[in-house]
Design a protein around this ligand. Structure first.
Ligand code: 13P
Length: 249
């Protein structure tokens, strides 16, 4: 089973537009054979869509807090999310890291969300690709800290989304060959953290300038089990993107 995550970020501005985008995605989700979709709208809109969820279509959040209740003004609780029938969340997106989230904070969020039984999409990615391979250490550290002491029994709920920051909001994604190289490196690092066999079961997704016309190649040649899509998930072309990925045998 492949996964496509729609990260709407802070878009669109009205619930009416959000409903339109959602209904397009919902329509195509009914025909899917090998793909599940997780739509992550702005948290304020998310509860409007939970009734339409089914096996191949879930609603998720774009971020979550590491405590479940208390004096934390403005934060999103994983238990409250579950109570609203929202069972998935992105954690550690680069746009949140840019606002000051550290690997240590992301670790706490991953732990709490997994303990609450949520599906967690952990985002990792380097901001800059140097010629000496220091970016590999960045990725390694992000994984090692975020996933330290995670219970093996929770791993079935974890997905890792590799999003090189320089490819987000750009015109071109990373090349499929380079994505393949990174998926091997990420699997190897996950193998050190857990075991080779367990690492193999954790889906790796790619994100960063994925569009309807490049999605198929990225999945086929990049060795990834899914995609994390920003801009294109707000457009009508997202339907073609989903169909193109689902058609891959
Ligand atoms: P774009 O698909 O708009 O490049 O955004 C990628 C992203 O950040 C998804 O989380």
């Amino acid at each position: 089973m492949r996964t496509i995550i729609a990260n709407w970020k802070m878009n669109p501005e009205t619930l009416q537009e959000a409903k339109q985008i959602w209904s397009g995605t919902k329509r195509v989700s009914a025909q899917l054979k090998r793909t599940q979709i997780i739509v992550c709208p702005p948290a304020l809109f998310a509860p409007n869509f939970t009734k339409g969820q089914h096996k191949k279509l879930q609603v998720g959040l774009q971020d979550i807090f590491h405590e479940t209740k208390g004096s934390y003004t403005g934060q999103l609780s994983p238990t409250m999310a579950r109570d609203m029938d929202i069972n998935a969340t992105i954690v550690g997106h680069s746009e949140r890291r840019k606002l000051g989230e550290t690997n240590e904070l992301i670790h706490k969020k991953v732990m709490t969300a997994l303990n609450q039984g949520m599906t967690v999409v952990l985002c990792i990615g380097e901001t800059y690709r140097d010629n000496d391979g220091a970016y590999l250490n960045v990725i390694r550290e992000q994984l090692m800290i975020a996933l330290a002491n995670i219970q093996r029994s929770s791993l079935s709920k974890l997905q890792v989304a590799y999003e090189p920051v320089w490819a987000i909001g750009a015109t071109e994604p990373m090349t499929a060959t380079d994505i393949h190289g990174m998926t091997i490196f990420i699997k190897k690092t996950l193998g050190e953290l857990f075991s080779k066999d367990l690492a193999r079961t954790i889906p790796i997704l790619y994100g960063g300038s994925v569009f309807a016309d490049n999605a198929r190649e990225i999945v086929e040649k990049g060795g990834v089990q899914g995609l994390l899509v920003g801009r294109e998930s707000l457009t009508i072309s997202f339907i073609d993107l989903i169909k193109a990925v689902d058609a891959i045998k």
